[in-house]
Design a protein around this ligand. Structure first.
Ligand code: ADP
Length: 140
């Protein structure tokens, strides 16, 4: 499997509880390199653009409000099979269903406030990275 890049977010529930370092330690232990990272605070409108794919879902408003409720850390992760590997380390969307040792099992508060986001495919990874980072900011 080739070296890939994926996009990751440490969500407001996790930054508020000072879990950025603990989450980064899990990503790095899984062999993912953090090649770009910044702490930002989205507006609800910016969160809405990022999550536009979920516009029709009943939780869309709540999700945008949550993502704008505090700082987030946006990241680009690089490594072998990085997209699938990150999804594995994150665990299932609902922490009640997440496997032992995953970020969401250990840290997530609920299906909505679930501590991390990770791209689900190559095309979305490219789009999401480009939404938050310029090429110059990716230091592999
Ligand atoms: P994932 O983040 O695991 O890829 P989805 O793409 O299905 O999951 O959903 C995006 C985000 O929307 C989730 O991470 C979570 O924050 C929120 N979400 C998903 N399902 C629900 C739900 N039933 N109620 C509230 N928020 C939800």
């Amino acid at each position: 499997m080739a070296i890939q890049r994926t996009f990751s977010i440490i969500k407001p529930d996790a930054t508020k509880r000072n879990l950025t370092g603990a989450i980064n330690a899990k990503l790095e232990a899984a062999g993912l390199r953090i090649i770009a990272q910044k702490r930002i605070h989205l507006t609800e409108a910016q969160a809405g653009v990022f999550y536009a794919v979920h516009k029709e879902r009943p939780f869309y408003g709540e999700l945008c409000e949550f993502m704008a409720s505090g700082p987030i850390v946006v990241q680009v992760l690089e490594g072998e099979d990085a997209i699938a590997k990150n999804r594995e380390v994150m665990g299932a969307t609902n922490p009640a269903e997440a496997a032992e040792g995953t970020i969401r099992k250990e840290f997530a508060l609920s299906i909505g406030e679930n501590s991390v986001h990770g791209s689900d495919g190559e095309d979305t990874a490219k789009e999401e990275i480009a939404y938050f980072f310029s090429g110059l900011e990716l230091v592999g």
